[in-house]
Design a protein around this ligand. Structure first.
Ligand SMILES: NC(=O)c1ccc[n+]([C@@H]2O[C@H](COP(=O)([O-])OP(=O)(O)OC[C@H]3O[C@@H](n4cnc5c(N)ncnc54)[C@H](O)[C@@H]3O)[C@@H](O)[C@H]2O)c1
Length: 381
């Protein structure tokens, strides 16, 4: 493929192999706006699986690699080598994989969490900041929904006044309808049970990170002090399943975060409510085209994506108001913005999550672990 003959950004993938749903999502998101061409990848730690999967995607066999180290090295040597790598492997590998590509001046789109734990997060952050040639995006994709951005803008414009209270929750059910026992845990939870793979906390790294990111993204506040109570599946099955966190924010606001991965019937239950001195906002992921705005004086206003009264959301909407738009569209917003950012086409402000938010989220998760162990309030630092 000749880089001179295409305006598209050449990109590669690490992870996201045959059974990875999020791998499928990234590949669609990259194609959504016709801005990227997939040229290379390593889709599994098993070479045969990786090669076979790469071939099924139509990749040149010479660019289906047996591991990410080889991929970074060989792609960096090619004239038409990849400009971006998208990483969608389990959490504790994000840092070491990203670093190999950063060393070769290849830009990064990484899935969350930023890293497996705070030590990895600090190392990765330093590495990103030390290379001025590379740019980094983190797919906390819920922040890319048009009505989430509308909410962020409304808070910035003071439409709800000074933020005073915040409540965010992200609930899932990983149990496949079974009671988790020592016998079935590995089969059902797979690597999510293994701290060396999932990182310091299964529930907080996997979905609590999304909830906290959404809270800081919309409110513009960071937690200063927190008190967390983290629960494991059982004394024998040491996998974090539930976290309740009280948060004091830097502007004096107070908040609560609840996240659980074994709440029976919990289907992608992501919801946020932000209360300010003049009114409140509520957004629910299962109904993403609407944002509820409750001014303290006046009737409840249901704002719809792309509609006249939600002007800011128009910038990030793809489908006309009245028609449903969802998860894939929002995910693709991150790829689209990152392409603009890389091509330096506009001086506009970008809204995709980056390494700063990644590090902030890792600090929060670390504080939660310390707080829950010590059973006391701790600073987020
Ligand atoms: N943003 C979201 O909404 C969202 C949703 C689901 C998962 N995720 C994130 O995506 C990541 C992967 O999660 P998953 O559920 O897809 O996991 P998974 O186990 O289903 O898939 C991981 C894939 O990565 C491959 N892989 C693992 N290590 C590799 C390596 N060193 N080199 C090449 N390939 C490797 C595996 O073979 C597999 O195909 C996690 O960080 C998870 O938190 C994000």
């Amino acid at each position: 493929m000749n880089a001179m003959r295409s305006n598209k950004i050449f990109f590669g993938i690490v992870g996201g192999g045959p059974n990875s749903w999020i791998g499928h999502v990234h590949r669609i998101a990259a194609r959504f706006d016709n801005r990227y061409t997939l040229c290379a990848g390593v889709f599994s730690r098993n070479k045969n699986i990786s090669m076979k999967f790469g071939a099924s995607l139509g990749l040149d066999p010479n660019r289906c690699y047996s591991n990410y180290v080889e991929m970074a090295l060989k792609e960096a040597k090619r004239k038409d080598g990849i400009k971006v790598v998208a990483i969608m492997t389990p959490p504790s590998s994000h840092q070491r994989i990203a670093e190999k590509f950063i060393e070769k001046n290849i830009n990064i789109i990484s899935d969350k969490p930023f890293a497996g734990d705070i030590l990895q997060a600090k190392k990765l952050y330093k590495k990103i900041k030390s290379n001025k040639k590379i740019k980094y995006a983190l797919t906390h994709n819920y922040s890319a929904y048009p009505m989430v951005r509308e909410a962020k803008k409304m808070v910035e414009l003071g439409k709800i006044g000074k933020v005073e209270y915040l409540n965010v929750e992200y609930i899932q059910d990983w149990s496949e309808g079974e009671q988790i026992t020592s016998k079935n845990a590995k089969r059902i939870l797979k690597w999510k049970m293994d701290k060396s793979i999932v990182g310091c906390s299964a529930v907080l790294n996997e979905i609590g990170s999304h909830a906290y990111h959404l809270a800081i993204y919309i409110s513009g506040q960071k937690a200063k002090k927190i008190y967390a109570d983290i629960e494991q599946i059982s004394k024998k099955i040491k996998c974090d399943k539930n976290a309740r966190v009280l948060m004091n924010f830097d502007n004096g606001a107070k908040g609560q975060l609840w996240t659980n991965v074994l709440a029976k019937g919990g289907v992608y239950g992501l919801r946020i409510r932000v209360y300010g001195s003049k009114g409140s906002l509520e957004w629910i992921q299962n109904d993403p085209n609407y944002l509820k705005f409750n001014p303290s004086k006046g009737a409840v206003i249901l704002k719809e994506r792309d509609f006249y009264f939600s002007k800011f959301s128009k910038k990030f909407s793809r489908v006309k108001y009245g028609h449903p738009e969802g998860y894939l569209d929002a995910f693709a917003n991150i790829y689209k913005e990152f392409a603009d950012f890389l091509n330096n086409k506009s001086k506009k402000k970008f809204f995709f999550p980056n390494e700063d938010e990644g590090l902030e989220t890792a600090k929060f998760i670390n504080a939660c672990k310390i707080s829950s162990n010590k059973k006391k309030w701790v600073e987020v630092k």
